[in-house]
Design a protein around this ligand. Structure first.
Ligand code: ZN
Length: 353
């Protein structure tokens, strides 16, 4: 994989993504796709937290959602006539390309070990996955990519073969869980912005991105100081997963997500204690593609924030709440948040009455 000689970020990334000046990262191409760059520990935190609150395991649903997301993604980047041809002539090279993409995006390494495409029971694709950012999501991603190319439903199974190593097998057949939701892609409304990044002189990627360690051998992108592991993800994929859960489980999922993130921040972000650090953290959302903070007020009694071009709003609201509580030394607070039809998030955190 070729890396930028100035900043060390894979050229695949700088070629494919554009950091806009409005807090969005856009995957360029025929059909622009919004992307974000964030901590996967947190995604697992959301699903583990929800699973605990609801009292059922959510792994199958996570995999199912991720597979739909990936199927749509590959449908978008591989045109339908090409998919038909690939079905006939085989698709090892496309799989290799997608696995390479996975390494540049921080998904760990995925290798195809076996491709047996016989009819019915003879169909078996076997993959070896090392250092997955999230195993449930990786299984879904592989599944969805295969389904897109084959144009048929399939299912995935995995078993652990070593530390951080898993074998994932894809077979044709119906899904473990059938979700009722429509899994619609969210259409973001993009407002213009005025953010100026310091950019790499060679590949033009914001230099904040180059601060991460891009290890393309292992497929791990991590921060050298905080050790936080980061990966690219379509934010609407997570939004859609949460919508699905809401339809499926008839629970107030967004409020639960806020609560999981409040707890996550209180537990994991204890090193961020001062108001200035909180401000810096929220202004840093933009480079991760999570929107642009247009106003932020914080003191002992409240935190008020507006974010333009927002996405994954319950996550941000819960994080804001947790950080407010840490900084003000309180055990609880009230949180109100709202998203306007043109994607402006407002969050208001107040001290308990
Ligand atoms: Zn560069």
């Amino acid at each position: 994989m070729r890396m930028c000689r100035e900043c060390g970020v894979p050229l695949l990334v700088s070629k494919m993504y554009k950091w806009e000046d409005n807090g969005a990262i856009i995957q360029t191409g025929k059909q622009p796709i919004r992307m974000s760059f964030f901590d996967f520990d947190r995604i697992d935190g959301i699903f583990n937290g929800l699973s605990e609150m609801i009292g059922i395991p959510l792994e199958h649903i996570t995999t199912e959602c991720a597979s739909r997301n990936a199927r749509q993604y590959v449908d978008n980047i591989v045109p339908s006539p090409l998919r038909k041809t690939l079905r006939r002539i085989g698709f090892k090279q496309v799989v290799a390309y997608l696995c390479n993409l996975g390494k540049a995006y921080g998904y760990g390494t995925i290798r195809m070990l076996e491709m047996q495409r016989g009819k019915g029971g003879d169909y078996r694709l076997r993959f070896l996955v090392n250092n997955p950012h999230s195993l449930a999501i990786i299984c879904g991603n592989i599944l969805g990519a295969v389904e897109s190319i084959e144009g048929r439903d399939a299912y995935s199974e995995y078993r652990q073969t070593d530390e951080d190593e898993y074998e994932v097998v894809i077979r044709l057949g119906s899904h473990r869980v059938e979700l009722q939701g429509r899994f619609e892609e969210r259409r973001y409304v993009y407002r213009p912005g005025r953010i100026e990044y310091d950019r790499c002189p060679a590949c033009h990627i914001p230099l904040d991105m180059a601060a991460y360690r891009w290890d393309v051998e292992t497929g791990i992108i991590s921060h050298p100081v905080s050790k936080e592991r980061i990966a690219f993800f379509t934010p609407w994929g997570l939004d859609a997963m949460l919508n699905e859960l809401e339809v499926e489980l008839q629970e107030a999922i967004p409020d639960m997500v806020v609560e999981t993130q409040r707890l996550y921040a209180r537990d994991r972000l204890q090193h961020i204690t001062g108001w200035n650090e909180i401000e810096t953290l929220f202004h840093g959302l933009a480079v991760r593609g999570l929107g642009s903070v247009s106003s932020l007020e914080l003191d002992e009694d409240h935190l008020e924030m507006s974010v333009e071009n927002s996405c994954m709003e319950p996550m941000l609201a819960g994080t804001a709440q947790g950080l407010y509580e840490l900084a003000s030394g309180r055990d609880s607070s009230t949180c109100r948040w709202n998203v306007t039809p043109d994607d402006v998030l407002t969050v208001e955190i107040l001290r308990p009455q």
